[in-house]
Design a protein. Sequence first.
Length: 261
Amino acid sequence: MEHFVWNIDPVMLALGPITIHWYGAIFASSIFAGLSYMKWIYQQENQNVESLDNLLVYVVIGIIVGARLGHCFFYEPSYYFANPLKILAIWEGGLASHGGGLGAIIGSYLYTKKNPLNFLWLLDRLAIATALFGIFVRSANFVNAEIIGKATDVPWAVIFQRVDNVARHPAQLYEALAYGLIFITLTFVYKLTKAKTYQGMLLGMFLIMTFTARFIIEFFKQQQAAYTMETSLNTGQMLSIPFFIVGVVLVIWSIKNKVNG
């Protein structure tokens, strides 16, 4: 069976000393898309749109720092403990979405300490923008031939020729599709239901859907951690469980307490 072969040059544009990679361009687009969506939400709820510029700085720094530290300590701890300066070598690759999520939450909290916004109100709305952000990032992973899937012979398998000549699950696209469905669902809930009036509801739904999808899709991914655990679950799945539980707790809490946002 012939499978789709992916072998795109990671460099999108090279002009003398200036090199623009596909990953960087798509990542930048994801930030722009998320910011535009948050501007729409702020306009819907009569919030100060100009304050989003500061929020962007806090969240982006939180995502990058958190994703980098998450990769170093969740997936390759022995290497980075032995080579601590390599933690700073972010240009060599290595970002973990679980760490990025924690970083975004911390960044948002620090932002609300300097701006008069309810923390959970903000996270509820950022959750929708984060799903949109995830579509772009996982698409960028596909373009970069990273976070590849396990070998398979399904008709839609992809050969990432920069890696090897093995037909694999396009796990990155599975996640991008999942984020797309989550984004559509949360936007529908935000716009057409009363769920947004309860603090923690949208964030809880996001965590439940995202980490359920992540847990399932991990079965189709090549192992990413540089170490093995004596369990049938991989690192990504183990890290997804606490996020899922927090999501369930948030949804139950928001319904039980009916705290208006």
